[in-house]
Write a protein that binds this ligand. Structure first.
Ligand SMILES: [Zn+2]
Length: 344
């Protein structure tokens, strides 16, 4: 077991959003926290820029060109939440490229786990729309890379950011090769992600949305990861697990109203780490939101520590009623979900 791979790039700091919760200080705080933990052994890599073909595998080419032109012309507001400056173009290229490069390292067997930490984040960016602080959907670019360049057929993308990952949901809506599962507060921005959105066409059943009420905490989120995401990964035979790791479901986050604690995030990382080891597939985490600097820096550093440790499934947690209901609802397509899991 080697050290976890960590992809970053200095251009992430140049995406200047002004007075905005999604700010460069988030990544500065993470780097400071990593310096405070010399026991963390990391395999650090510099993120390459994404080539056009990587972006255009999931985004409309006209949209990619429009973002480039918008940044080159000085930038401004793309929507009420999403701003860009000239340097945002380079930051966005390295964010998508670094996340895809993480998948390359994982799929080539060079490493079994890693984290891609960049700005701007990605999971709200749709095929042809920037929104929610996101320009390109980094994790979608990376998942598509796994299919196109590494011949994978089954990629699980788990999104535990407190907001629905509408971009990833949109991009893979009709795909049966990417199973997208999101747990998110609802109602909350962006307002999508109700449980009856289960994908379309050949992708029907491969979009799994688990909206949860404000105030939901560890007992809901950890249960959903253990009793739903892990069960789906096993039953489907996922070949790669990617996580849209946002930290804005934390109790102390200023943007949302969920109550996940540090221990809850640690447990979710432990579960996906142990799951990946159990089914013998690589695991990649991708930073999305998380706007309290102390929370995001602590929890990211914790995650890297867990990725660098021997995988161990934590003690089972009780199945939350919302998760039990989701299993019942999904059992028609995923028969294993009809069974009560051990320890459930
Ligand atoms: Zn978020």
């Amino acid at each position: 077991m080697g050290a976890p791979v960590l992809f970053t790039h200095p251009s992430s700091l140049l995406h200047d959003t002004g007075a905005h919760p999604e700010r460069a200080a988030r990544l500065v705080a993470i780097e400071r926290e990593l310096e405070r933990r010399p026991e963390l052994v990391l395999d650090r890599r510099e993120s390459p820029p994404a080539g056009r073909e990587l972006l255009e595998a999931v985004h409309d080419p006209r949209y990619v060109a429009a973002i480039e032109a918008f940044c080159a012309a000085g930038g401004g507001s793309l929507d009420p939440d999403t701003v860009a400056v000239p340097a945002s173009w380079g930051a966005a290229l390295h964010a998508a490229g670094g996340t895809a490069a993480l998948v390359d390292v994982l799929c080539s067997g060079e490493a079994d786990c890693g984290f891609a930490i960049h700005r701007p984040p990605g999971h709200h960016a749709e095929r042809a729309t920037a929104m929610g602080f996101c320009l390109f959907d980094n994790i979608a670019v990376a998942a598509q890379r796994a299919l196109d360049a590494h011949g994978l057929e089954r990629v699980l993308v788990l999104d535990w950011d407190v907001h629905h990952g509408n971009g990833t949901n949109d991009i893979f809506h009709a795909s049966d090769r990417v199973l997208f599962m999101s747990i998110h507060q609802w109602p909350l921005y962006p307002g999508t992600g109700l449980e009856d959105d289960e994908g379309a066409g050949p992708g029907l059943g491969f979009t799994v949305n688990v909206p949860v009420p404000g105030g939901s905490g560890d007992e809901t989120f950890v249960s959903a990861v253990e009793h739903l995401a892990a069960s789906l990964a096993r039953e489907w035979g996922a070949q790669l697990v990617l996580v849209s790791a946002g930290y804005d479901a934390h109790l102390d986050d200023p943007l949302a109203g969920c109550h996940v604690t540090d221990a809850g995030f640690d447990a979710m990382v432990r579960i996906v780490r142990a799951l990946a080891a159990e089914i013998d597939v690589p695991l990649g985490l991708v930073l999305e939101g998380g706007y309290d600097l102390d929370v995001v820096s602590r929890c990211v550093a914790d995650a890297l520590g867990i990725l660098g440790s021997e995988p161990a499934m934590p003690e089972p947690v009780e199945m939350h009623p919302l998760v039990a209901a989701a299993r019942t609802r999904l059992a028609q397509r995923w028969p294993a979900l009809a069974q009560t899991p051990a320890g459930g």
